[in-house]
Ligand binder design. Structure first.
Ligand SMILES: *Cc1c(COP(=O)(O)O)cnc(C)c1O
Length: 376
């Protein structure tokens, strides 16, 4: 019989083997509280729509689960390459764009190197950098939650290997403008890899926001990351893609765990691209819902940054835990970042009314002058 020491006790037991100090310092992932059955789960920026039947059928038909997948996802790369006017070598597919981020960081940065990104931004960045052995340089966002692109460029020095730009930014939902991005690219040395994380670009309606794909031809150090998890509604299947110079993508391919993009994921992505018209109707509905939710929150005197992802940001600061408890009590499961703010995804239509019915009371309870409240 094997005896395994109990480990459910909040890490009371120190590991008995030698582990890397930067790994030990990383906070372990904690799953949020399971939602009550009638609560709305607005905590992971998921697409609230169920998969299209055409996508389900394609996945079921694929079915040869006894076989390994195509290691390089060639069929999917060819579809993406044809649409974007590049070669299949200029597309790289990963098991979600989180996996791609990890590969690019590992390929470019290690101990003694730095990776620069805005903060607060995507919660995966710090741990991915820590695992690579490199050091994170976090550049504070501006007061409205947007990236400070001048400060980001200024933080780049001789140790910098990678800069990550997230537009729309998770969790503040703000975009970087095309003009700001171009000024930034002009200031960053050409031998520093810039990763433009566009996980939510399909939801963007602001014509001034940066769009990565048209810029690829101009910047040989730029790679754009996209995902099927959000707009395409395939978060559970894990598939994302990168587009950029083949030689940089080759380095990420070398840093990848082989065979991690499953056949159902590849097939579902191809089927989704074929059904894009239907999916983009849903995306337009979600973007309009987001705008209504933002307008409703602004009306209630919340200070909401201009939202361009499928989520909104409440800068609740020190009141975050209390506001989150109030949301949970009202049947809304959001993502709270203690001491900082709360990210709320745009979910089912009925969730909007429910959310607004709670947030109206909450904002009234915040003291005047609170950063989450609009002045006047
Ligand atoms: C959701 C998200 C991703 C991608 O997630 P995958 O499911 O791994 O494709 C990447 N970047 C940001 C900022 C995200 O919010």
């Amino acid at each position: 019989m094997t005896f395994i020491p109990p480990s459910d006790d909040e890490h009371a037991v120190a590991p008995t083997v030698k582990l890397r100090p930067e790994i030990l310092a990383s906070p372990p992932y904690r799953q949020g509280k399971p939602a009550s059955p009638d609560a709305f789960k607005l905590s992971s920026n998921e697409n609230p729509y169920p998969p299209l039947s055409g996508v389900l059928e394609a996945v079921t038909a694929a079915g040869a689960f006894n076989r390994y997948p195509d290691a390089s996802a060639l069929a999917l790369r060819e579809v993406l390459a044809a649409r974007h006017g590049v070669s299949a070598e200029q597309i790289h597919v990963g098991s979600g764009s989180v996996a791609l981020l990890s590969q690019f960081i590992d390929a470019a940065a290690g101990p003694g190197d730095t990776v620069v990104y805005a903060w607060r931004s995507f919660e995966a960045y710090p741990s991915l950098v820590a695992v690579s052995g490199a050091t994170s340089i976090q550049v504070p966002n501006r007061a409205d939650g947007s990236h400070d692109m001048e400060a980001l460029a200024a933080a780049v020095d001789g140790t910098t290997r990678v800069v990550i730009v997230c537009s729309p930014n998770n969790p503040t939902s703000t975009t970087v403008s095309a003009a700001e991005f171009e000024t930034f690219m002009a200031a960053v040395p050409g031998d520093v890899l810039v990763l433009l994380d566009e996980a939510y670009t399909e939801f963007v309606t602001d014509p001034d926001a940066v769009r990565g794909l048209p810029l690829l031809a101009r910047y040989p150090n730029l790679v754009v990351l996209r995902t099927f998890s959000k707009a395409y509604g395939l978060a559970g299947l894990r598939v994302g893609w990168a587009i950029g110079p083949a030689a940089i993508l080759d380095a990420a391919r070398a840093a990848a765990i082989p065979l991690s993009v499953t056949e159902p994921a590849q097939v579902a992505a191809i089927a989704s691209l074929k059904l894009e018209d239907q999916l983009f109707e849903r995306v337009a509905t979600l973007a309009a819902r987001r705008d209504r939710l933002s307008a409703g929150l602004l009306d209630q005197s919340w200070n909401v940054p201009k939202a361009q992802g499928n989520f909104v940001w409440l800068a609740t600061g020190d009141s975050t835990d209390a506001v989150n408890e109030a949301l949970l009590g009202g049947g809304i499961v959001a993502r709270a970042f203690s001491g900082s703010g709360i990210r709320v995804s745009v979910g089912e239509e009925e969730s909007v009314e429910k959310l607004l019915s709670i947030t109206g009371r909450i904002v009234e309870s915040l003291p005047a002058g609170h950063p989450a409240r609009r002045l006047g």
